[in-house]
Ligand binder design. Structure first.
Ligand code: UDP
Ligand code: MG
Length: 319
């Protein structure tokens, strides 16, 4: 059987402390797979510099002088999802594309198992973490709530599968043909279909440096995930509106009855409370609808999802 070409796409944002540790390990995985005749000689690790402001690009350039290593430089920081997408699009000629974080939190040796699953016929292989001990308590709980919420909203996602996965050539080509600007790969990948498999691994601590995912970016990613994949929130607003109208009707009837009985309703406070409460509900509802309108605004502009400044993989602008 013909050995397939494997490309390992590694997004990097200000990872000068991490790369000297992780680059040799990624390379070793490629070399081992080549040595075992599992993948083609042309297989590579492709680092994507997501607009780093430190020495990340210098390091990547230096590594790309070695065999089986190359890199891309984006023109600015486009974010983790866009960096992965840029890498996958650039190496879409490969037979297998693995995406993995640069910080060694995902075990690179699991790639060997992913490749085995590919040869067994899987076009999509999810890396699923079977522990979360190394994450903070907050991250653990928030992730659990997020996956539950997404499930309730009808978005198909593989729980605890982050962006460590293998995609076949056909799967990558299908994925990059999805035209949407809002990238939430965890939600998109299950949509493309194809036979899939899972491999389990233990997620470890970051080898060096700090997380590039502050709370702000995490909330943005979660909001993107919800609003790009589900219109359930808008439907909920409609139901809420109907419920409030119903309550108002009941109150109206009640007031008439009381009036007929000769009881005058004094309720100044209940009136004020309902004005404030309804005002609040309306503002929340408008903001949810606004979130969707914002999404549409972004989509119709059709701006590029990323811009490549330098491409050592195809040797474009590769000085
Ligand atoms: N990353 C990126 N662009 C960003 C933020 C992060 O390319 O804007 C990369 C980062 O260098 C790392 C991966 O995405 O390789 C995951 O980020 P990180 O480890 O900081 O996230 P965490 O594991 O804390 O969720
Ligand atoms: Mg990490």
């Amino acid at each position: 059987m013909k050995k397939g070409k494997l490309c390992i796409v590694v997004p990097c944002y200000n990872e000068q402390q991490v790369l000297p540790k992780s680059e040799p390990i990624f390379k070793k995985v490629i070399e081992r797979l080549i040595g075992d005749h599992q993948v083609a000689e042309t297989s590579q690790v492709v680092f994507v510099d997501d607009g780093s402001t430190d020495k990340t690009w210098l390091l990547i350039k230096q590594y790309s002088n070695e065999e089986h290593v190359s890199g891309l430089k984006l023109s600015r920081n486009f974010g983790h999802q866009a960096a992965i997408f840029a890498g996958m699009s650039a190496v879409s000629d490969a037979d297998m594309v693995v995406t993995i974080d640069s910080d060694l939190q995902d075990d690179p040796n699991v790639i060997i198992k992913m490749v085995a699953k590919y040869y067994e016929g899987a076009q999509v292989v999810y890396g699923v973490r079977n522990n979360r001990q190394t994450d903070s308590r907050f991250k653990r709980i928030s992730a659990k709530i997020f996956y539950k919420l997404m499930n309730c909203l009808g978005v198909k996602m593989i729980p605890d599968a982050a962006d460590f996965r293998l995609l076949s050539h056909q799967a990558v080509v299908t994925l990059i043909n999805y035209p949407e600007r809002n990238l939430f790969l965890r939600g998109l990948v299950p949509l493309i279909g194809f036979p899939s498999a899972k491999v389990y691994y233990k997620r470890t601590e970051r080898v060096a440096g700090k997380s590039k995912y502050p709370l702000r970016k995490m909330i943005n990613l979660a909001l993107d995930g919800i609003t790009s994949f589900s219109i359930v929130p808008i439907r909920l607003i409609m139901n809420l509106g109907l419920l409030i109208v119903l309550i108002a009707l009941i109150l109206l009837i009640y007031t008439f009855i009381q009036n007929a009985k000769g009881n005058t309703v004094s309720g100044w406070s209940s009136l004020m409370i309902s004005i404030w409460a309804l005002g609040g509900v309306q503002l929340i509802c408008i903001s949810i609808i606004g979130e969707y309108v914002g999404k549409i605004f972004k989509e119709v502009k059709k701006r590029p999802r990323y811009t490549i400044e330098k491409d050592l993989y195809h040797k474009n602008n590769a000085d």
